[in-house]
Design a protein around this ligand. Structure first.
Ligand code: HH2
Length: 300
């Protein structure tokens, strides 16, 4: 019998290893990582992601783990369009006790979603193992050196402008070209500060200073960002563009739309997705991983 020709339209499997400090590497191959979102804020755009106290956060984290999450992302400051910044003191008050509790009891790597060096430092001290910075280490001048010193994997995300004003008529010539060039510059800045380039993860920043057409273009052309040589994280979960495409659906009514975007992203080259709904996403990702990588499909 002739061997089947591999003419899959999907990107091939790559193996990734983020060394961290060398003792707690994050490694995966031929599948997509799922990161569950926990927000310790009163004003995150999706009410279902807000958690009032550390016990509720631990319950949610344990549920996400049982549903198949690979990682947990903890945030103490909303970055929704129009959000007002919070002080480092307030952000630490919200997140540090939860980081400490989850690091002890959740049994999953904890990522801290912050742009502030002092919050990052305190969170890693309390047990966080990943730094997720929507400002790509560029909003706090101390962040690049702090990230280098902490020796943890770092997510560099693209944002045009700041949350307060970013959705006021964002414009691009070639959105993917501009996002890619920005991410390349931030990778170089991180390396200059001493961050191990093998610890970098890149994120085009779905919804961060982008109109729906820009978000669609990025989702369609995600593979081009793979040329930067690092894993791609993608976070469309329940965001406003999905509501626009559904004719005005509110965040609580955007689950199926999220799953459609997650599936498209995985088939288009995403390595890691950040979502509010772990159970449903893990199931959708299992299908997308089976199509892309042949994973999970019994032999004939
Ligand atoms: N999106 C949000 C926050 N952090 N980090 C990365 N790397 N990528 C994203 O797309 C991303 C992110 C916004 O989502 P959420 O945390 O649910 O909302 P809020 O900022 O209102 O808390």
């Amino acid at each position: 019998m002739k061997r089947p020709v591999n003419n899959s339209p999907y990107p091939p499997a790559k193996g990734w290893r983020l060394p961290g400090d060398g003792r707690h590497p994050i490694a995966w191959r031929g599948r997509t990582l799922v990161m569950g979102i926990l927000n310790l804020t009163p004003d995150s755009f999706y009410g279902g992601s807000r958690l009032p106290d550390p016990e509720a956060a631990l319950d949610r984290a344990l549920r996400m783990k049982s549903e198949g999450a690979d990682l947990i992302d903890l945030g103490g400051e909303s970055t929704r369009p129009g959000a007002r910044p919070v002080s480092a003191t307030e952000e630490k008050r919200r997140v540090i006790p939860v980081v400490r509790l989850l690091a002890k009891k959740a049994g999953l790597p904890i990522s801290i979603d912050t742009s502030k060096a002092s919050v990052a430092e305190a969170a890693v001290g309390a047990g966080a193992g990943i730094l997720n910075d929507v400002g790509a280490l560029g909003l706090d001048p101390r962040m690049p050196k702090t990230a280098a010193r902490l020796k943890v994997p770092v997510v560099l995300m693209h944002m045009k402008g700041r949350p307060r004003t970013m959705q006021r008529d964002p414009r691009y010539g070639d959105v993917v070209g501009e996002v890619g060039a920005f991410l390349r510059r931030r990778m170089e800045a991180a390396e200059r500060a001493g961050v191990d380039p093998r610890n970098l993860v890149l994120d085009p920043g779905f919804g961060f200073g982008k109109a729906p057409t820009h978000n669609l273009e990025i989702t369609r052309r995600l593979l081009e960002l793979g040329a930067l040589g690092r894993p791609i994280l993608f976070g469309p979960s329940r965001k406003a563009t999905l509501g626009v495409l559904l004719g005005g659906a509110p965040p609580q009514d955007r689950l199926e739309a999220t799953l459609a975007f997650v599936t498209a992203a995985v088939l288009g080259g995403a390595d890691w997705v950040r979502v509010h709904d772990v159970k449903e996403t893990v199931r959708a990702v299992r299908m997308a991983d089976a199509l892309r990588y042949g994973r999970g499909c019994p032999a004939p």
